[in-house]
Ligand binder design. Structure first.
Ligand SMILES: NC(=O)c1ccc[n+]([C@@H]2O[C@H](COP(=O)([O-])OP(=O)(O)OC[C@H]3O[C@@H](n4cnc5c(N)ncnc54)[C@H](OP(=O)(O)O)[C@@H]3O)[C@@H](O)[C@H]2O)c1
Length: 263
């Protein structure tokens, strides 16, 4: 549950780097057929049309699905860009609209995000790639506080101080790149735990977030992997295994959201 009362499903499908065509349509359709109810796209991904088409082809009612898109901060007007996203997606309203990264500073785009909320273009608004300082800056001038900060988060990027700061401010931290864009799947500790609990490395990494009640959005374009990644609600990791995974952190428990900004 987000602090504005809207519910966010814990597991979603991410579609970064999936071209705006049949691969994306199929991934979204399969995910929804398999039981996902949350899709994460962005204006910068260029695939909102395919996401909308996958949604329609799945036959799952629009209102049963949580759709996130992200404001591309090289543009100027978040509300105008939200309207264009709605057209591309073919829906009347977003569930979550977030600033993709704090390019040009953390505060300038927020009034436009609030305008998008006021105008009913989205049910919730939030941010992505914001550090604690940037969250504080945006909250200081906000009429409506962000309800989500979507950041790179996994046992290897266990940003403990950022997580604690989000929790104390009523902001849900959402975990992107939970598999390290695939890189964390071959880690020896992750593989050893997976073997022992009779699960896959992806399931172990996703369970690590889900067990903390942290929404997580793995990406795959393969039906069997999309299905595998959903299989994280019928087992739990022991506190010893959680601690071993926690110890993989290479971020130093940072309160920062990114190690080297790309904007
Ligand atoms: N806000 C931001 O700035 C931001 C930044 C990065 C990501 N994100 C969001 O987070 C989502 C996920 O992050 P991500 O795309 O970086 O990657 P990820 O979910 O950490 O990993 C995806 C990679 O792992 C592979 N994979 C997925 N499931 C697998 C499985 N069960 N077994 C083996 N391989 C598997 C995928 O391959 P196949 O696709 O070939 O199966 C792909 O190469 C993105 O799609 C996006 O929605 C947001």
């Amino acid at each position: 549950m987000l602090s504005d009362g809207n519910a966010i499903p814990l597991l979603g499908l991410g579609v970064w780097q999936v071209p705006n065509g049949p691969e994306c349509v199929n991934a979204v359709r399969w995910a929804l057929e398999l039981g996902y109810r949350h899709i994460d796209t962005a204006q910068a991904y260029g695939n909102e049309e395919a996401v909308g088409r996958g949604l329609r082809e799945s036959g799952v009612p629009r209102d049963d699905v949580f759709i996130t898109t992200k404001f591309f901060p090289e543009h100027r007007d978040p509300a105008a860009e939200a309207e264009l996203s709605l057209e591309r997606l073919g829906v009347d309203r977003l569930d979550l609209y977030i600033i993709h990264w704090p390019q040009g500073g953390p505060t300038w785009a927020w009034p436009g995000m609030e305008r998008a909320l006021d105008r009913g273009l989205t049910r919730s608004i939030g941010v992505s790639n914001f550090s604690v300082d940037e969250l504080n800056a945006v909250m200081a001038g906000a009429n409506v506080a962000p309800v989500v900060d979507q950041v790179q988060f996994s046992p290897f990027e266990y940003r403990r101080r950022l997580l604690e700061a989000c929790e104390s401010r009523g902001i849900a931290l959402e975990a992107y790149s939970p598999l390290g864009t695939g890189r964390h799947l071959s880690d020896a500790t992750v593989r050893e735990i997976a073997r022992r609990v009779n699960r896959t490395p992806a399931q172990v990494l996703l369970r690590w977030s889900v067990q903390r009640n942290i929404p997580v959005i793995p990406k795959s374009i393969h039906r069997e992997r999309i299905e595998e990644n959903l299989g994280v609600f019928d087992f739990s990791l022991s506190s010893e295994d959680m601690a071993r995974l926690d110890a993989l952190d290479r971020s130093g428990g940072t309160d920062r959201a990114v190690e080297s900004p790309w904007w």
